[in-house]
Design a protein around this ligand. Structure first.
Ligand SMILES: Nc1ncnc2c1ncn2[C@@H]1O[C@H](COP(=O)(O)OP(=O)(O)OP(=O)(O)O)[C@@H](O)[C@H]1O
Ligand SMILES: [Mg+2]
Length: 359
């Protein structure tokens, strides 16, 4: 018997002839905050709607606390799943006050208990003062908090949030997602949040489910996904990345920075070498090139918040001109045309066999 609160097992789904989910398996442990992360159209919302019971399951199985709520021929309706949902547009009832909006899902309680519970959750999200207001009187961020309070009010087993911050500008977004993280964690509710923003997922998630074209590419803690991606899609999704194609020779691949080891790949395997911008260490070049460094010249240098982003040109590596990027913490602004020495940190360099496009 597993201790999963929410489990999707081998879930596949199609709309007409369009296959949207392909054998998706996801499990959420008690109190865990999972993020479903992937590009637009990869099936995130569909997975969430199936878990909520808004969409009927075609193939696979969904369990909540070990109880099957969806399987072919079995469909427990949303209101009997004890699942709270927050939609992208918050979906508050415009004609109901904030207090009534939050009370809406509390059908099992008497009037006094409803008021009390609604008051509690409004307090939790810092919206106690707005009980008598109406949704149109609130800002986007305030509406988001109310939507979260409404979803939490019935103490659901699972909270499902679909891009809950996408309507907010970037400063407010950072603030509200931090608040949401703490409210959700304090409530102890197992939570699945959909996002297409890797930074948001890394900020919030205990584990991230990376999806692509209806499939799960990798499920892991944020640190592991960033430092040990399972494949090129996952590596590339988390940051802009420098890329080079090559061929394995004697368990090695050639790069401008010397040989990179590819211990598990056979001779002649076509591969891609992916190097995070922060793996490229740039120093001024005066005199001889240090051991293991490649020479480059600077095409441009920009401040990007707390890091400098440097565009580099490596002339003549195996007949190619390579344009790579380096991200250097703090302010380092070499001049355009400067010659620099660049070394590569191997820990943030990944080698994968070139994947044939399957669809
Ligand atoms: N009700 C529907 N009928 C037909 N096709 C649909 C339906 N809902 C979704 N789709 C299609 O299924 C695919 C996955 O949609 P889904 O909304 O799950 O993606 P998503 O990952 O949530 O994307 P986004 O990040 O843009 O919200 C898309 O190609 C979409 O057009
Ligand atoms: Mg979606």
């Amino acid at each position: 018997m597993s201790d999963d609160i929410l489990k999707l097992e081998g879930v596949s789904h199609a709309f007409g002839n369009t296959h949207v989910l392909d054998n998706v398996t996801i499990d959420a442990k008690p109190g865990e905050l999972l993020c479903l992360l992937g590009p637009s159209g990869c099936g995130k919302t569909t997975a969430l709607r199936l878990a909520a019971g808004i969409e009927e399951l075609q193939q696979g199985r969904i369990t909540l606390s070990g109880q099957t709520v969806a399987a072919p021929g079995l469909h427990v309706p949303p209101e009997r799943r004890s699942v709270g949902m927050v939609f992208q547009d918050y979906a508050l009832f415009p004609h109901l006050s904030i207090l009534r909006n939050v009370q809406f899902g509390l059908s099992d309680l008497d009037a006094a208990a409803k008021r009390q519970r609604a008051g509690e959750v409004l307090e939790q999200v810092g919206m106690s003062a707005y009980g008598e207001s109406y949704p149109h009187m609130l800002s986007g961020g305030q509406q988001q908090r109310v939507a979260l309070a409404r979803a939490l009010a019935p103490k659901p087993r699972v909270l499902l949030l679909d891009e809950p911050f996408s309507g907010l500008d970037s400063n407010l977004r950072a603030h509200i997602r931090d608040e949401t993280l703490h409210v959700v964690k304090d409530s102890g509710t197992t939570t699945l949040i959909v996002t297409h923003d890797p930074e948001e997922a890394m900020y919030m998630a205990d584990r991230i489910v990376v999806m692509n074209e209806g499939r799960v590419e990798q499920i892991d803690i944020p640190d592991k996904l960033y430092t040990a991606p399972a494949n090129a899609f996952v590596a590339t999704f988390f940051s802009s990345i420098n890329r080079l194609e090559g061929v394995v020779r004697a368990k090695m691949v050639a790069t401008p920075f010397g040989l990179i080891s590819a211990p598990d790949l056979g001779d002649g395997t076509p591969v891609e070498v992916l190097m995070r911008p922060e793996a490229l260490r740039v120093t001024p070049l005066d005199g001889a090139l240090p051991e293991g460094a490649a020479s480059a010249h600077v095409l441009d240098a920009r401040m990007l918040r707390r890091a400098s982003f440097i565009h580099l040109c490596f002339g003549g590596f195996e007949g190619q001109h390579l344009h790579f990027h380096s991200r250097v913490p703090g302010r380092y602004m070499p001049k355009i045309g400067d010659h620099v020495a660049v070394t590569l940190e191997r820990a943030q360099t990944f080698v994968f066999p070139l994947r044939q496009k399957s669809r």
